[in-house]
Design a protein around this ligand. Structure first.
Ligand SMILES: Nc1nc2c(ncn2[C@@H]2O[C@H](COP(=O)(O)OP(=O)(O)OP(=O)(O)O)[C@@H](O)[C@H]2O)c(=O)[nH]1
Length: 304
């Protein structure tokens, strides 16, 4: 019967060990011989510590044996065997302990499981990278690197709700390049793009920590300045206008027109502030361009 059992054990595609109380290997099946590269005789003179990696031995001492003493079995433990050549084999072990302190080890190769796990980690990392890129594309204007219109709507609304709670002032400033069509038509669309990038960089340099700088589309830029009063908002707008007017870009003179609007106690909607700043911008254009204009309610009154 014993020899029949032995020959059955040779047929299993898994490793089987019987280990005595001194942790000496008293039985190993053919799978262990084939995979470890030690002969049956050699294995019968080895102890458990000889066939597992250092890290696995620490784990076996500190976790597996205490668990076996308490529960009499341990399942699905990931361990590493060391072959006669010093190669590592990842295995999953199920172990039982009997009343004589003998342990019965079933070991299953898990290289494929490891590979699958590594592939899953790689797929997860790839998905995270792609979702970061998508988020970037959804919030950033690809030409200037500034926030795009969608991100602006989102962030400006948050700043305005916060301002409503803290009863603080927020300014919305629209900056529009004057005669940009002429720049495009004279120097080409590619140089027009360079001008947009140049202005984007200039606005980013001027921004304070919590200011929002966005490209609204075309040749229009928006600033949202939290915690700023009317006087300072107008100062910022005027400083930007003067800076652009007095600095040539690649030998080209550029000017901008600017509209400024600030929130009021009963007016904290970004759409409304944008409309007001836009009407101030319209006046700046109408009055000859290269101007910054603060919104007045009369700008919205229909002409009689
Ligand atoms: N190079 C470039 N041009 C753009 C881009 N988006 C919009 N434009 C151009 O911006 C120009 C805007 O022209 P208009 O709306 O007539 O305004 P403008 O010429 O600046 O005139 P005013 O605003 O009235 O001073 C158009 O010629 C658009 O083709 C862009 O991403 N790159």
């Amino acid at each position: 019967m014993t020899s029949q059992l032995d020959s059955f054990l040779e047929c299993f595609n898994s490793g089987h060990l019987v280990v005595n109380a001194k942790r000496e290997i008293s039985f190993s099946n053919q799978y262990m011989v084939n995979h470890l590269g030690w002969s049956q005789e050699a294995l019968s003179e080895m102890s458990l510590g000889d066939i597992f990696s250092r890290a696995s031995n620490i784990f076996i001492d500190s976790y597996v044996y205490p668990l076996l003493i308490n529960e009499h079995c341990a399942e699905e433990l990931q361990l590493t065997l060391i072959t006669a050549k010093g190669d590592k084999i990842a295995v999953v072990a199920n172990i039982n302990l009997d009343q004589y302190q003998t342990t019965y080890w079933s070991l299953y190769g898990c290289a494929n499981r490891d590979k699958l796990y590594q592939e899953l980690i790689q797929a997860k990392e790839l998905l995270e990278k792609q979702s970061e890129e998508l988020l970037e594309m959804a919030t950033v204007d690809s030409l200037t690197g500034l926030l795009n219109r969608r991100a602006l709507d989102n962030r400006a609304s948050k700043v305005l709700s916060q301002a409503k709670r803290s009863r603080s002032s927020v300014a919305v400033i629209i900056i529009d390049i004057d005669f940009f069509k002429v720049i495009n038509d004279t120097y080409g669309h590619a140089l027009g793009d360079d001008v947009l990038q140049y202005l984007g960089t200039l606005l980013l340099k001027k921004r304070r920590d919590h200011d929002i700088v966005a490209r609204f589309g075309g040749e229009e830029f928006i600033l949202v300045l939290p915690d700023v009063n009317e006087k300072n908002a107008c100062k910022v707008a005027e400083a930007i206008r003067v800076d652009i007017e007095t600095t040539q870009f690649k030998g080209i003179s550029i000017t901008v027109s600017i509209g400024v609007s600030l929130n009021k106690e009963d007016n904290n909607e970004f759409d409304v502030l944008f409309k007001e700043a836009d009407s101030a911008l319209y006046i700046a254009k109408k009055e000859g361009r290269n101007k910054s204009v603060l919104f007045k309610p009369s700008f919205l009154k229909p002409a009689i």
